[in-house]
Write a new protein. Structure first.
Length: 230
């Protein structure tokens, strides 16, 4: 399916591109759809192209055997891919659709051709890769210096920022992820996540239902998220 300039205008990361660059991107890009559980690309694949998520959710994760660490949850407007294109290295992680997802896609060969003649596209991609690197540095810090409760609190706060709904009782977020997926975000076992959620409930930080999490005390949850082990 053809990508229009109107579609590209919805991608914040491309807002700084010159009109002629956007025209070239629109002529070279396509729209891809991915079913839940399918991957746009997998860890170890040849370098992937550039993706700008239009609909759905995508998780980036690394795995070793049966263990996985979720690195990021992407929402519409987020961009991913092309991280290993400059040095032609294998893809460092898997990008898997969590629900039916569509993305603007630039294949690696077309992306290389455009970058050779569009310096502003090079700058935009460098900014995206740098932003992802900062995100992962923060993740490494959290895994090394924050306990499970702090990491789980940080995950909940990120979900609030992305899609929280203010209600009379507190801030509500959907339970869009299984406890195993939450455990893979936090870097622990599913049973530990369950116990930590229950402790948060006993402490009056949140209330769980089958479909939602209601954050009752944002300030205290933020305090837990900032806590570092000594």
């Amino acid at each position: 399916m053809r990508v229009t300039l109107e579609t590209l205008a919805e991608v914040a990361a491309l807002h700084g591109l010159a009109p002629q660059t956007l025209e070239r991107v629109a002529q070279s890009a396509t729209l891809l759809a991915c079913a839940p559980g399918d991957a746009f690309y997998q860890q170890g694949d040849p370098p992937a192209g550039f993706f700008a998520l239009q609909t759905g959710r995508v998780k980036l994760y690394r795995h070793s055997g049966e263990k996985a660490q979720i690195l990021a949850i992407l929402l519409p407007g987020d961009c991913f891919g092309a991280e290993s294109l400059p040095d032609d290295a294998p893809c460092p992680w898997t990008a898997e659709a969590m629900e039916t997802s569509t993305a603007i896609y630039l294949a690696p060969d077309r992306l290389r051709q455009l970058m050779a003649v569009c310096p502003d596209l090079q700058v935009a991609l460098l900014e995206l890769v740098s932003s992802r690197l900062r995100q992962f540095v923060t993740l490494v810090h959290d895994l090394a210096f924050r306990d499970v409760a702090a990491r789980l609190a940080a995950v909940l706060l990120a979900r609030v920022e992305a899609e929280g709904t203010v209600t009379a009782a507190g801030v509500q977020i959907r339970r869009a992820f299984s406890q195993q997926e939450v455990a893979a975000m936090v870097g622990t076992a599913r049973e530990v996540v369950y116990r930590t959620f229950r402790q948060f409930e006993r402490d009056g930080l949140l209330k769980l239902s089958r479909s939602h999490i209601l954050i009752l005390d944002m300030a205290r949850l933020a305090e837990v998220a900032r806590r570092e082990t000594r």
